[in-house]
Structures are given as structure tokens and as C-alpha cells.
Design a protein. Sequence first.
Length: 347
Amino acid sequence: MSPSLSDRRILITGGTGSFGQTMVARLLDAGAGEVRVLSRDEAKQEALRIRLRDDRVRFYLGDVRDLDSVSKATRGTDYVFHAAALKQVPSCEFFPLEAVRTNVLGSANVVDACERNGVSALVYLSTDKAVYPINAMGMTKALMEKVAQAHARNNPGARTRVCSVRYGNVMCSRGSVIPLFIEQIRNGMPLTVTEPTMTRFLMSLADSVELVEHAFSHGQPGDIFIRKAPACTIGDLATALCNLFEVPAKFDVLGLRHGEKLSETLASQEELARAEDFGDFLRVPVDSRDLNYSLYFEEGDTSRDRRLDYTSDNTTRLTVPEVMSLLLTLPEIRQHLDHESLSVGRS
Ligand SMILES: O=c1ccn([C@@H]2O[C@H](COP(=O)(O)OP(=O)(O)O[C@H]3O[C@H](CO)[C@@H](O)[C@H](O)[C@H]3O)[C@@H](O)[C@H]2O)c(=O)[nH]1
């Protein structure tokens, strides 16, 4: 990962989450001088402290909603990765203002604290749900991306270079559907499938970290980096897991949850028209025209592009055997399967 990390101080907000923990380990391996974790839950911090046992890791209790706590954690750092967020679609539907406080105002606090403290690079973690958002989680993440872009556009001499990354569902992340389905399989229950034809992008935790590293190394102020990914239907995902665990595929079809879409969009056609293609990644630069309306009138955007949005319906669609192969590449799935075969061996 460049720029160089040796002897650098890096802060990860939400550092005890699935992404955060992976990133902490990567940064330590890459020779970071100090890795700070800012999060709200002292028990999760203690568990991570015990697991890592590395005195380069420092823990800050606090909340991104509180500028003072972000400011203290940010002081003296070189780089910040902002992963703290309210991420569950259904709960944000019931408490949208909580999502505004954490995902929008909290993210604004993070960029303010970085700018005040002279942090040189900041990466915001966003989601496909921020494109054409229909739920509070996606809407607040879309606004978070706008906060990053506005910071870049309004502050040409900014001390902090801020960019965002956007990706789809991370397989096996905490609280997501794959661990839930595995739990149901273990308990001999039918899988609670919301809608079998619904599609989602599939990404590994390692892919998400790689995208963040790419943004960190190559991002210009206000850029959004998007990870391309294959997708599958939730029915095929559930079938693939049942096949791997060698149980019959039995589903309880529940119907869509609050705020859910049948498919997700990673990049809109307007963004694709401006995007630069890096193979596995897309870079969408900020629209840097200024707020001078007379100029807009004379210099509006006349480019036309009729390409389609990039969605979980029109990306590469994985079949059940392909989903099984992909799942088998994940350490979490292999651990579960090893554990399963050990228990069968014992019984
Ligand atoms: O009991 C369940 C729960 C979920 N699903 C479906 O499984 C898919 C994935 O659900 P889940 O793992 O809960 O993820 P999402 O609601 O898609 O949201 C996740 O993926 C986003 C990226 O799209 C992240 O931004 C969010 O933080 C993360 O929670 C969806 O189609 C759900 O309808 C089921 O079929 N049965």
C-alpha cells in the first residue's frame, strides 16, 4: 500500500467492525507506526486488544457524532479510514434520524476533525445503497458522499484529501445474511429467504480492503471509487449454502423487508459517463464546476451518454455452482465447514 505507512499514524473509525478489524491487521502487517481504533463499544475494543496484543494499536472510546471525541482521536494522525456507520437497512428505516446523526453529521465531523488536524488523506466507506437510495441507510450514505465531494470542491487548498469507496454486500460480514443462513442450517431450520429472485453484488472482505487501499493510493479529492463485482439471486445463495452444508434446500419465503430493493446499483449512468475504468475498479471524479450559475447557463454539461446503470441485475450473474466455489474461497466458510465435518466425525 503506498503512500508509505512505516512510522505513520492511522485512525480507523468503527475499527472493531468486520472491515475495521481486517484493516487494522493489514496496516500492522504493512508496518504502520500506530493504528488507532475509534469506536463506541468498550467490550469489542477489549476483545480486539486481547486478540491483537500489539502495542502499536491504541483504542479511543468515542462516537463520530461527537466532534470532540473525533478530534482527539484524529490529532497527530496522518491518515483516516472512516468505517463507523449505522448499516442495517431495517433499523435505519425505524430510526432515520439516528442514521442522519451518525452517517451524515458524524461523517462531517470526521472530515472537519481531519482538516483541523492536518490529516493528509481520508477515505469514507460507502455502499451501493447510496445510488438511487430508497431507504434511510442509503440516503444518509449518499449524503455522506456529498459531504466528501463538497469538501473537495469548496476547499481547493484543503489539507485533507478526501475520497469515498462504494461497494456491494460483503459476504460474511457481521449481521449479514450468510452468517444468519449458516446459523439456520446448523439449527435444522428452513432458511428465511425474503425474495428468491432478489439480486445482490457479492464481495469478499479482502476485496473491500483492496478497494480502500486503491482509493487511498490513487484517489484525487472528491473521487468515488467503485469495486466491480458479480452478483447472484438470494435464492441461489441460499441453495449454494445448503449444498455446501449437504442439507436439503428448504426455504421460508418472507417477502421484502422495510426499505429493500429487488436489485442494487453500484454506478448510475451519469457516473459511468464520467468514470475512468481501472479494470476491477471505476473512478468517478468529482464534478468540479463551481457555484456560479451564470457559468452553468453558458457551460452546462452537454455530454450525452445512453449507457445503462451498473446493477446487480446486469453484472455477471453467478450460477449456484459458481456461488459455491466463491463461498469456498472465504476463510469464514471453510472454518464453518471444517467445524461441521469435525462434529460429524465425533458423533
Ligand atoms: O433473513 C434474511 C435476511 C436477508 N435476506 C436477504 O439477503 C440479502 C442481503 O441481506 P443483508 O445481508 O441483510 O444485507 P443488505 O440488507 O443487502 O445490506 C448489507 O449490504 C449493504 C451493501 O449493499 C451494506 O451497505 C449494508 O451495511 C449491509 O447490511 C437481501 O436481499 C435480503 O433481503 C434474506 O433473504 N433473509
